[in-house]
Design a protein around this ligand. Structure first.
Ligand code: AKG
Length: 267
């Protein structure tokens, strides 16, 4: 895999990125991974998706494979890559733990838009003010293939109920003001990524091309997040107690690593 060291996180995820993320609730980071590595992970993600059940319930929008890192070594090498957690913590400015990962594929030509929504209302989390998702392009993702669009500043709307990502009106029915805010659409090359806060409203365009859109999303929550007991595909089988923290085995904390202490592949 690539030759970047962890020292380079501070040069890849710059102070400007941190400022933009905290102001807008999202940011694009170019070249977090080498293109050839991202494309190889794309092949691994497609192979994983072919042999595992789609849990999305919205196959016309995307297929979704949750917690792939737990049973696929190649996917785990991306989800658990030290650069991913370090970049997320640098942007969030708080200690984090993994919530889950997901392979999201929009099928060629026949996928619909993922409509505007915030993520956090879907999750059984309390006391988690800094949730952050890394959405990494494992193929080139121009606008025509299903890249992400964000509403700057919408992460401050922490009062909204769960919105339906198959309904273009859902978010705006709860918050008409957001309809009139600017929208920022961010095409990505393979190896680029966007980070977004769990309350930042976002959508993704349909895939109108002949190639699948392959994205890998790694989602973090505050290390101190508490389980609410609300239903969720990730926590339902685990028998967690409402009010308890999340166990490290399934939701590992981002490991603090001293600058220069580890190189790629050594974590
Ligand atoms: O990739 C998509 O279509 C939507 C992704 C999304 O909603 C997310 O990562 O939170």
């Amino acid at each position: 895999m690539s030759t970047h060291t962890l020292d380079e996180i501070d040069t890849i995820v710059t102070g400007d990125h941190v400022e933009a993320y905290r102001r807008d609730g999202f940011v694009r980071v170019r070249g977090l991974f080498e293109r050839r590595d991202a494309l190889a992970w794309g092949q691994a993600a497609l192979a994983y998706a072919r042999s595992h059940r789609d849990v999305s319930g919205v196959a016309s929008i995307f297929s979704q494979h949750v917690n792939a890192w737990r049973d696929d070594e190649a996917v785990a090498a991306l989800t658990r890559n030290p650069r991913v957690g370090l970049a997320a913590e640098r942007l969030a400015g708080a200690p984090l733990r993994l919530w889950h990962d997901q392979v999201l594929i929009k099928a060629p030509r026949k996928s619909a838009a993922t409509e505007f929504h915030q993520d956090q209302p879907y999750w059984p989390h309390a006391d988690s003010p800094n949730p952050i998702s890394m959405w990494i392009a494992l193929v080139d993702v121009p606008v025509e293939r299903g890249c992400m669009t964000f509403i700057p500043g919408s992460h401050r709307r922490t009062d909204l109920p769960r919105q339906v990502l198959s309904d273009a009106e859902s978010l705006f029915s709860y918050c008409e003001d957001l309809r009139w805010e600017p929208r920022v659409t961010l095409p990505l090359r393979a190896g680029d990524c966007t980070f977004h806060h769990g309350r930042c409203a976002h959508m993704a365009t349909p895939n109108q091309t002949d190639e699948p859109r392959v994205a890998h999303v790694v989602i973090f929550m505050d290390a101190t997040t508490v389980y609410t007991g609300a239903p969720h595909i990730v926590t339902d089988p685990l028998g967690l107690k409402p009010g308890a923290g999340f166990p490290d085995t399934v939701f590992p904390p981002v490991q603090p690593v001293a600058a220069g202490a580890a190189k790629e592949g050594e974590a």
